[in-house]
Design a protein around this ligand. Structure first.
Ligand code: PHB
Length: 397
């Protein structure tokens, strides 16, 4: 071997050792499977990230950290909150430098939307564990969602309300994607069922001060309100404001998506939340063997002071989806083949059975109508009605 080739060989070996160049396809097959997990680990949505991360870790603890003979490596990245530019940069780095095989996580719609083009360009399957604006899955053929959409849970609630004596509603939502979806879905379904929307307001998603918005409800005295704010710090603050202004005992009927009575936040809300009617896809109190086992395992892993909520189940089921893809492809990840496996996939979830709609890559599932009640001293969401196999009504079917 001449000296020049020897020297360049050494340089490549050194670069490989330092992880500076990507190994060839053959070498990568024995490599780990890399999963980029993009979440809001800090900031006002940090609790959501903690829940999703707990779901991810629990799934891996129960099913092992190797699939089809390949070890999994989770690369965690923090968006710090609603920060599409940060999410985009992190995703770009994950695909170009770290060469991830999957992108996943995503609590917040703006962050998920900012990454959609990267999934398309880099051809990396992207599994949404929460972000719930209808349009997200239409933004890339490489996106599938295991969580829910706002229209999916809102429409059944509006229909339930209209059927159960509610005639007039004032709508309060967060002024961004999922809030707009919730507002539109409620307005449309409730009006179609003969109800009347007496007003609506959009509240800021960043640092909202709810006092003035809730004061408006006191002044207007509607028969009912419909609420959506994103899970995290806001539901507790919103319900505290309702209680402070004397609205929780006033006879005002409160309807909301399950984000507002998030299982993780209910203990802090306490009695102020009693009687709220919500619709959602998961309740910590869901009565099934699988959910009882899930709650037990979750509490054993993370202690009795944190209740698993819908975000944790999004993380858990998102990992189930990724494991199923890796198994089906025998550890050789190809984005198009991965999407083919995701389409029509069925998962036995703690919430009940779910399916990924092959036409839209969005989740089909039972939507539950629930009431906040105190059972054995615990404030919980008790499911009392259900609508099976609900598709996202936000899309043409
Ligand atoms: C979203 O940004 O899509 C989102 C965040 C929190 C929720 C629901 C939706 O509780």
């Amino acid at each position: 071997m001449d000296k020049g080739r020897f020297a360049s060989g050494l340089a490549i070996a050194a670069a490989l050792a330092l992880g500076l160049v990507a190994p060839s396809g053959a070498a990568r097959a024995e490599d780990t499977i890399k999963i980029g997990l993009i979440l809001s680990y800090s900031g006002p949505f940090a609790e959501n990230a903690r829940q999703i991360d707990n779901g991810v870790k629990l799934y891996m603890q129960q099913h092992g950290d190797s699939v089809a003979g390949r070890k999994l490596e989770i690369l965690r990245r923090d968006t710090t909150g609603v920060a599409p530019d940060v999410a985009k940069r992190l995703a770009q780095e994950l695909v170009t430098r770290d060469k991830v095989d999957f992108l996943t996580g995503f609590v917040l719609t703006p962050n998920a939307l900012a990454v959609a083009d990267i999934a398309t360009e880099a051809k990396v399957p992207m599994v949404i564990m929460n972000a719930a604006t209808s349009i997200i899955t239409t933004k890339s053929l490489y996106i599938a969602r295991v969580s829910f959409t706002l229209p999916q849970v809102t429409e059944p609630l509006a229909q339930w309300g209209a059927k159960n004596g509610i005639k007039q509603v004032y709508i309060m939502t967060s002024d961004y994607g999922p809030g707009h979806d919730a507002e539109e879905a409620f307005d449309k379904a409730f009006t179609a069922a003969g109800g009347q929307v007496v007003g609506k307001v959009r509240m800021p998603v960043k640092n909202p001060d709810f006092a003035a918005y809730v004061q408006k409800v006191s002044d207007l005295k509607p028969q009912a309100v419909f609420l959506f704010v994103p899970s995290g710090e806001q539901p507790t603050a919103l319900m505290k404001t309702f209680a402070e202004q004397g609205l929780t005992r006033s006879g005002l009927k409160i309807l909301a998506t399950g984000d507002v009575t998030d299982d993780d936040a209910l203990p802090a809300m306490g009695d102020a939340a009693l009687g709220i009617i919500t619709s959602h896809h998961y309740s910590y109190a869901h009565d099934s063997m699988l959910n009882k086992a899930y709650v037990k395992a979750y509490e054993a892993a993370y202690g009795p002071d944190i209740r698993p909520n819908f975000m944790s189940v999004g993380g858990y089921d998102g990992m189930a989806a990724i494991y199923k893809v890796i198994e089906a492809l025998k550890g050789k990840i190809d984005a198009d083949k991965a999407m083919a496996v995701l389409k029509g996939m069925k998962i036995d979830s703690p919430r009940g059975a779910i399916e990924i709609d092959p036409a839209t890559r969005d989740v089909i599932q039972t939507v539950y109508i629930r009431r906040v009640e105190k059972v054995d001293g615990k404030v919980v969401n008790i499911e009392f009605d259900k609508i099976p196999e609900v598709k996202d009504p936000g899309k043409p079917h």
